[in-house]
Design a binder for this molecule. Sequence first.
Ligand SMILES: [Zn+2]
Length: 242
Amino acid sequence: MQINKNLHVLHITADLGGHPFSFRLPVLVNEDQIMLVDSGLPGGWPLIKEELVADGLGEKELVGIILTHQDFDHIGGVAAILNDYPEALVIALDEEVSYLNGEQPFVKLTPERMQTLPAAFQDKFGRANDNVTKIVSDGDTMTFGRTWQFVATPGHTPGHMSLYDAQDKLLITGDALRIDGDKLTPPAPQNTPDYPTAIDSVAKLAELPIENVIAYHDGMLQGSEFNAEMLQMVRNYLAEGL
Ligand SMILES: [Zn+2]
């Protein structure tokens, strides 16, 4: 679906161990070039390619993959995408690079689980590799169609980041926030190892004027109450915990 001249969002429903697994993949558009924000599940690139074609983006050159964080449903497509577009940049936040480059183990993906994933994925992420080719820091901006700000939102993983477009007051959350039906919701406790830090990140995001939200899990919303809702999430957590 086209959001504006410089942003599409693909609604992908993949298969995860026999269950439907649905997510929203933002695609940044700059004339004839595109960048993906995250890359889907291991083995999932053909499905994303189909959706790019269906959205009229099939002829564009893929020049970058921005990884919000290290979880396998976000980095799973990288190896296959680079096979098709070897020159594409892989962009991540400084705090996440050592995990993505195999210098330290993933926070959640265990070696046992890794063994169950496709060989191309294991080859890319199962050992030390310079997987990240462009490192960004909190507050850095990148002009690609629009000007995107990289916002460090740790907690779900140590180097998790979100993306923000001030022009449209639009936030791409990654997994720092979720959307459940028509509601913005806090990060998922069961896979957010450092929850207090994740809540600090919600408080940080609440300082940005936000009227459009795209959450990988799993939706898009427009409205004027997001900042108040996010501050309420923070207050709820501080008062009641999880
Ligand atoms: Zn995720």
